[in-house]
Design a protein around this ligand. Structure first.
Ligand code: SF4
Ligand code: FES
Length: 243
């Protein structure tokens, strides 16, 4: 697997693209190879998919992917590029990733965000909302969503896909960093943070503090946010001073 950030400016014209094709959630998927022409170093990953769809053989169904703002704000667009969530440039959503890392004739692999908690729906689209929302809803009421907004998280799910364990610790830790000030008292904080932590444990894999999540997070959320999970957990056990 290539690391995020490993890229340089190259002249690109034609790329050979291996794309994950899967007609439906229960269908068998496989990589299908296409040559895509007219690619420039400034072409983004989503524009590469636009070009690919425009050049498909007649009668072939367009490659499905999650499209959105194309400005790095909505969190919808993530795909894996050569095994890296969002793509090779650090901390950029797929819609903001350019293909300048590749030279004319290179081969690039595009597949859906891979995580046990994100089932593939079709081609490059996954259901990441269900897992992420389950954890946010555990905070009950609008506080969970507000905490994520305050943290700057765009709920793209890349941290989960980047983690070899499928951990959502950067997402959960960012939520828990901002949740406490929104609670009316200590009892509410204890109850809601405990609910978020246990729901996250059921939904995602364990965190091994590898840090791959911070390399791909388009919001640039820091590794320190992971510590909010342990802090709230220990606090709920009465093992730390109240902070
Ligand atoms: S923490 Fe970062 S990578 Fe994870 S869902 Fe939020 S914005 Fe995406
Ligand atoms: S399409 Fe909105 S963040 Fe990429």
């Amino acid at each position: 697997m290539q690391s995020a950030g490993d890229f340089s400016v190259k002249i690109t014209n034609t790329l050979t693209v291996d794309v994950w094709r899967q007609s439906a959630a229960q269908a068998q998927g496989r990589f299908v190879t296409y040559d895509v022409t007219g690619v420039s170093p400034e072409t983004t990953v989503l524009e590469l998919l636009d070009l690919l769809n425009a050049q498909l053989p007649e009668g072939e169904a367009p490659v499905k992917f999650d499209d959105g703002c194309r400005e790095g704000n909505c969190g919808k667009c993530g795909v894996m590029v050569d095994g890296v969530a969002h793509g090779p440039e650090y901390n950029k959503a797929s819609c903001q990733q350019h293909v300048r890392a590749f030279r004319n004739g290179d081969r690039v692999q595009l597949e859906p965000l891979r995580a046990q908690s994100f089932p593939v729906l079709a081609d490059l689209t996954v259901d990441k909302k269900k897992a992420l929302r389950t954890v946010v809803k555990a905070a009950r009421g609008p506080a969970g969503m507000k905490a994520l907004t305050n943290a700057g998280c765009i709920s793209c799910g890349a941290c989960v896909a980047a983690c070899p364990n499928g951990s959502g610790q950067l997402f959960v830790g960012s939520l828990l960093t901002e949740l406490p000030p929104l609670m009316k008292d200590d009892d509410e904080r204890r109850e809601r943070t405990a609910q978020v932590i246990s729901t996250a444990d059921e939904t995602f894999g364990p965190c091994s503090t590898l840090g791959d999540c911070t390399e791909v997070c388009p919001a640039g959320l820091p590794l320190e946010n992971l510590s909010a999970v342990a802090r709230e957990h220990l606090r709920n056990q009465g093992k730390t001073r109240h902070t």
